[in-house]
Design a protein around this ligand. Structure first.
Ligand code: DUC
Ligand code: ZN
Ligand code: ZN
Length: 470
C-alpha cells in the first residue's frame, strides 16, 4: 500500500504504551502501525524522536468578550497558530453567552470568528451566564444533542456568577443530557468583601489580586460545587485548581466514589504569587484567577497530577497584551487590581513545561504526560478515540518531539497575539518539532507550513464521564 505519509523509526507513546514503530497515514487517518513501512509520498524520519498524540488543550479562551475597552489578544488565527507551535492539534475554547441573549446567537457569532481561520481543530464549550427557562428547557438540551457537550459556569465575577440555585439547575440539565459541567470555583462574596477592604486600605497594586482571593476562597467554592454535584448526582470538572486544599476536596470526593474531575494548569506549577510583585504594573502580567500561590501549592498540584486527582492539564490560555490600554495596562487597572483583565497566555508553553518539569525531572511518566496532555482531554470531552491517541482509525493528529532539545522560553517562540509570556526565561528540555493535524503538517522546525482554515470545528460525543483515564 502507498501511504500519503509515513513517520519512520520514532518512539511512539500513548497513554498506556511506549514502542518503536512506523506510522502510516492515509487521508488524514492513521491506517498502519508497523515496522518497515516505506512506500509513501512523504517520509518523515523520526529517529531519536518521540511520536506523540497531538496535544489537546481543553481550556483556552480566544476572542472572548472581556469587558468594556478590553480586547483579548488572540483571535482564532493567532490562538490556534500558537497552539500548533506548542505541539497541539485541537483546542477547546469557550463560547460566552451574553446575558439575556440566546446561546445559539453566541454560537453563530463564534463560529463566524473561527470559520476559515484555524490552524488546529477546535471545539467549543459553552459558558452559561444566564440560565433562563428557555436556555435550560430548550436550548441546552438541543445544543448537547448537536455536539456541544460541555458547559462552564462561574461562581464568581460580576455578570457571570451564578447562584447556587442556578448552578443546580444547570447541573440538572447536564444530568439529563449527559453533558459535563465545568466549574470556576471561587467564592464571589468573599472576593468582593476582601477586595473592598483592600481598596479601602489603599492596597490596589496588582499583587493585592492574590490577597483578594486566598486559598480559602477557592477551597470553600470547590467544596460547595462538589456538594451541589453530589445532590444532583452529576459529574463535574473543577477547572484551574491551584492548591492543596482544593485538590484534597476533589480527592476526598473521588475517594467517596463521586465523579468529580480536576484540572490544573502550568501557572500553578511554575509561578507563585511573588511573580505579581513586579515594579509598577509589571505584576499585572501574572494576574489570573485563581492566582498562582506558593511552592507548597506547586508541590500539591504535582501530587494531583501524579496521582490522578487531576486528569487534565490545560493552559487556561486567556491572553491580554501587556503594554496596551486594551489589555493589562487598561487605565482603570492602574487604579486597582480589581480592574486588571484576568488571565494569562500559555497555550504554546503548556506542553514544554509539563514535559520538562514532569517527564524529564521524573515527576510523571511519558505515558502520564500523554494522558494529561491529550488522551484524557479527548475522553473527558467526547472526542475519543477519534482524537487523543495513536491508533489505527484515529485522526493523524501527531506531535513529533525532540526530547533532548534545550530551549529557553521567550515570547517570540509562543507565536501568539500577546506581547509577553509569563514563562519568559524558563529553561526547558524537550520541544515539539513538528505538529500534524489530520495528516497535514502545520508547524515544522519552527516554521508555520500549515494552511489557515484547515482546522475545523468538531462536534463532540457525550463526555466519557464514567471513566477516569488510564
Ligand atoms: N477563568 C478562566 O477560566 N480563565 C481566565 C480567567 C478566569 O477567571
Ligand atoms: Zn475560570
Ligand atoms: Zn479559563
Amino acid at each position: 500500500m502507498t501511504f500519503d505519509t509515513v513517520i519512520r523509526n520514532g518512539t511512539v507513546a500513548t497513554a498506556s504504551d511506549t514502542f518503536t514503530c512506523d506510522v502510516g497515514i492515509e487521508a488524514g487517518k492513521i491506517v498502519a502501525l508497523g515496522r518497515g513501512l516505506d512506500d509513501a509520498r512523504e517520509i518523515i524520519d523520526a529517529t531519536a524522536r518521540l511520536v506523540l498524540p497531538g496535544g489537546i488543550d481543553s481550556h483556552v479562551h480566544i476572542s472572548q468578550p472581556s469587558g468594556e475597552g478590553i480586547v483579548m489578544a488572540d483571535d482564532f488565527e493567532t490562538g490556534t497558530r500558537s497552539a500548533a507551535f506548542g505541539g497541539n492539534t485541537t483546542v477547546l475554547p469557550f463560547c460566552l453567552q451574553e446575558k439575556g441573549r440566546p446561546l445559539r446567537e453566541a454560537l453563530t457569532n463564534y463560529h463566524a470568528l473561527a470559520e476559515g481561520n484555524c490552524y488546529t481543530d477546535v471545539s467549543f464549550h459553552l459558558i452559561i451566564s444566564d440560565p433562563s427557562e428557555a436556555v435550560l428547557g430548550q436550548e441546552l438540551p438541543a445544543l448537547v444533542a448537536d455536539g456541544y457537550s460541555s458547559f462552564k459556569v462561574f461562581m464568581t465575577y460580576e455578570g457571570l456568577a451564578l447562584s447556587d440555585r442556578e448552578i443546580l439547575e444547570v447541573m440538572s440539565v447536564a444530568r439529563e443530557t449527559g453533558a459535563l459541567v465545568m466549574i470556576h470555583a471561587e467564592n464571589y462574596d468573599a472576593i468582593r468583601f476582601l477586595t473592598d477592604r483592600l481598596e479601602r486600605a489603599g492596597k490596589t497594586a496588582p499583587h493585592f489580586h492574590a490577597a483578594s482571593r486566598p486559598i480559602a476562597v477557592e477551597r470553600e467554592a470547590t467544596h460547595r460545587a462538589i456538594s451541589l454535584a453530589e445532590l444532583v448526582d452529576v459529574p463535574i470538572m473543577i477547572v484551574h485548581v491551584s492548591n492543596r486544599e482544593a485538590m484534597e476536596e476533589i480527592r476526598r470526593a473521588q475517594q467517596k466514589g463521586l465523579n468529580i474531575y480536576g484540572e490544573t494548569c502550568p501557572q500553578y506549577l511554575v509561578l507563585t504569587a511573588r511573580d505579581l510583585e513586579g515594579l509598577n504594573m509589571e505584576g499585572a502580567k501574572y494576574v489570573c484567577s485563581p492566582p498562582p500561590r506558593d511552592e507548597a501549592s506547586q508541590a500539591a498540584c504535582w501530587e494531583g497530577l501524579r496521582t490522578g486527582v487531576f486528569s487534565t492539564f490545560s493552559s487556561d490560555h486567556c491572553p491580554f497584551r501587556y503594554d496596551d490600554p486594551a489589555g493589562k495596562l487598561a487605565p482603570k487597572g492602574r487604579t486597582s487590581f480589581r480592574w486588571v483583565p484576568n488571565g494569562i497566555p500559555g497555550v504554546a508553553a503548556r506542553l514544554p513545561i509539563l514535559f520538562s518539569e514532569g517527564v524529564v525531572k521524573g515527576r510523571i511518566s511519558l505515558n502520564q504526560f500523554v494522558a494529561l496532555s491529550a488522551t484524557n482531554h479527548a475522553r473527558t470531552y467526547g472526542l475519543y478515540p477519534r482524537k487523543g491517541t495513536i491508533a489505527i482509525g484515529a485522526d493523524a493528529d501527531i506531535a513529533i518531539w525532540d526530547p533532548e532539545r534545550r530551549v529557553t522560553i521567550t515570547h517570540a517562540l509562543m507565536q501568539d497575539g500577546a506581547d509577553y509570556t509569563p514563562y519568559e526565561g524558563i529553561e526547558v528540555t524537550g520541544w515539539p518539532e513538528l505538529t500534524m493535524v489530520r495528516g497535514q503538517t502545520v508547524v515544522r522546525d519552527g516554521a508555520l507550513v500549515g494552511r489557515k482554515g484547515f482546522g475545523t470545528h468538531l462536534s463532540r460525543d457525550l463526555p466519557n464521564a464514567g471513566r477516569r483515564g488510564p
